[in-house]
Ligand binder design. Structure first.
Ligand SMILES: [Fe+2]
Ligand SMILES: [Fe+2]
Length: 234
């Protein structure tokens, strides 16, 4: 019997395959982070970095939603669908920066210290590049950023094990524990939207570019964190 022609590969499978293929170095850096013998001090710095990134998530999605409605994109079915997804997802992500600040309080850093410190240039690049694509070319680029950032949350088991090993209460990890619960759903929602949108090869190439930028810059940020930073930690 002749097998049926192989089914077309879905949009989400293409994007997830790119993340798997090019995410190895980020995975290694994450592994080193979780297993660091200096975890408690590295985690303090990671909260500062996380906050700098997470506080930009909702404004970035709002910028993309607005750009989907630019006159030059009128009647674009892909961007109409993506804007609908963003209007649903923006409220789901609202306030998550406060979870990081709560963790900073629990760690004895204090939210004021996090808010007062100048964010890293690498973080500005991580977030700034998607702004360019959104405002000056095509907001669909943001899919690659979201796919990476919400794609691989640590599990509750891992967080519990690391907290216990480092004698830190779980109250210091609310941002991560919340995301361990919700991001698997957010990942599925994004994949469903990607698969429902009539993406062209050009859309997928642009999303791939943002995916690679996000992986590469997050890896750089993690490696900076592991190496110890030039600026004083909190
Ligand atoms: Fe979130
Ligand atoms: Fe999320």
């Amino acid at each position: 019997m002749i097998p049926a022609a192989s089914a077309e590969v879905s949009n989400s499978a293409i994007i997830r395959a790119k993340i798997d293929l090019f995410g190895g170095r980020l995975g290694q850096a994450s592994h080193a982070f979780w297993n660091s013998p200096h975890f408690a001090s590295i985690y303090r710095e990671q909260l500062f970095l996380s906050h700098a990134i997470v506080r930009a998530s909702v404004p970035l999605m709002q910028a993309a939603e607005e750009a989907c409605r630019y006159p030059q994109h009128a009647g674009d079915a892909v961007l109409e669908g993506f804007a609908r997804y963003l209007r649903h997802h923006i409220p789901e992500e609202t306030g998550h920066d406060r979870w990081v600040l709560d963790d900073a309080d629990a760690m004895g850093i204090g939210r004021a210290a996090i808010l007062a410190r100048q964010p890293k240039e690498s973080v500005a690049r991580l977030v700034g590049v998607p702004y360019y694509w959104i405002r000056h070319y095509n907001p669909i680029a943001l899919c690659g950023y979201i796919a990476v950032l919400e794609g691989r949350p640590p599990t509750l088991e891992l967080i519990g094990e690391v907290a216990a090993r480092n004698n830190l209460p779980l109250e210091c990890f609310t941002n991560l524990t919340h995301h361990a619960r919700i991001d698997p759903h957010h990942r599925r929602d994004l994949d469903d939207v990607l698969d429902a949108l009539p993406l062209t090869a050009e859309h997928l190439a642009l999303i791939g570019l943002t995916t690679l930028h996000t992986l590469r810059t997050l890896t750089e940020i993690m490696n900076e964190l592991l190496a110890g930073t030039e600026s004083p930690s909190i």
